[in-house]
Design a protein around this ligand. Sequence first.
Ligand SMILES: [Cu+2]
Length: 120
Amino acid sequence: MIRHHLGVAVAAATLLVASQAAAHAKLVSSNPAANATVAAPKIITLTFSEKLVPAFSKFEVVMPEHGGMKVAVKTTVSKDGKSLTGAPTAALSAGAYKVVWTAATADGHKVSGEVAFKVG
Ligand SMILES: [Cu+2]
C-alpha cells in the first residue's frame, strides 16, 4: 500500500506542474445509465469531469443478487483521459449489476462510487 500511494504522489507531482487546477473527478454520465434496464451491454462506459490517472482508475462489475460475485471485465481509460470503458469477457445474463468504480485525478486523490443497472 505504501508503494501504491507513493506512485500516486509521484504522478501527481509531475502532472501538477503542467496543470495547477486539478480537481476531483465527478461521474458525468454512464452507459448503461444509472438504474436503467438494458439488453446485455458489450461495453460499459463511465464518463468523468476530469482527466483520470489510468494506473489508479478502474471499475469492477459485480452481481449484488449473487453475493457480489465479480464479472470478468478489463477496463481502460480513453485517449482524452475522461472515460473509463470495460468490456465484459462473456455476455451478461439477465439480472442486477453494479459497476463499482475508482477514479484518481492528477492531485493523487481517489474518488469512488457505484452505478447500478439491470439486464432484462
Ligand atoms: Cu484531491
